[in-house]
Design a binder for this molecule. Structure first.
Ligand SMILES: [Ca+2]
Length: 177
């Protein structure tokens, strides 16, 4: 069973506990900021992760943005654009490409349920996910399914990572323009 109340999620885009009523406000604000940055040029995304045995892995995406093609990104649900994977964690994000951000009170996913409620996170869910970096901090192996901080191509569906950080920066091509 899942271990107690969700605690802090270090380094994720939200950076705060998922059960908090502030999550929606926080995540919308964060998404708004990320959107404002990512429309300024070409951005890449790097995700660094660590498990409880101090193993580390990363996934990098040479293309990244949210709401890049949205007239009203907030109304549109901040759709994710990712592409050009490299790394050693495996790709667990490309299947989320084009998906809108779903929170417990904004259901933008392709499931008949709310993936954010079901998997205790907030993410660009499809139906539902291959990664869940805003999931619960369940401290490694857990018996519940896919509701921790999961990166399925690295640690599967029942291992909640110790650490996950998402960073973006302009790509070199954009800088040289
Ligand atoms: Ca739904």
């Amino acid at each position: 069973m899942s271990a107690g109340p969700p605690s802090q999620t270090p380094g994720s885009i939200e950076g705060h506990e998922n059960s908090s009523p502030r999550l929606c406000y926080d995540s919308q604000e964060r998404l708004k900021q990320i959107h404002a940055l990512s429309i300024q040029g070409n951005y890449e995304l790097r995700i660094d992760m660590e498990d409880f045995e101090n193993n580390t892995a990363y996934a990098q995406y040479g293309t990244f943005g949210v709401g890049l093609f949205s007239v009203d990104p907030d109304d549109d649900g901040y759709p994710l654009t990712v592409g050009d994977y490299t790394g050693n964690a495996g790709d667990s994000l490309l299947k989320h490409n084009g998906m809108k951000f779903t929170t417990k009170d904004r259901d933008n996913d392709h499931s008949e349920n709310n993936c954010a409620s079901f998997y205790h996170g907030a993410w660009w869910y499809r139906n539902c996910h291959t990664s869940n970096l805003n999931g619960q901090y369940l401290r490694g192996q857990h018996t519940s399914y896919a509701d921790g901080i999961e990166w399925s191509s690295w640690t599967g569906w029942q291992y909640s990572l110790k650490y996950a950080e998402m960073k973006i920066r302009p790509t070199r091509e954009a800088e040289s323009k």
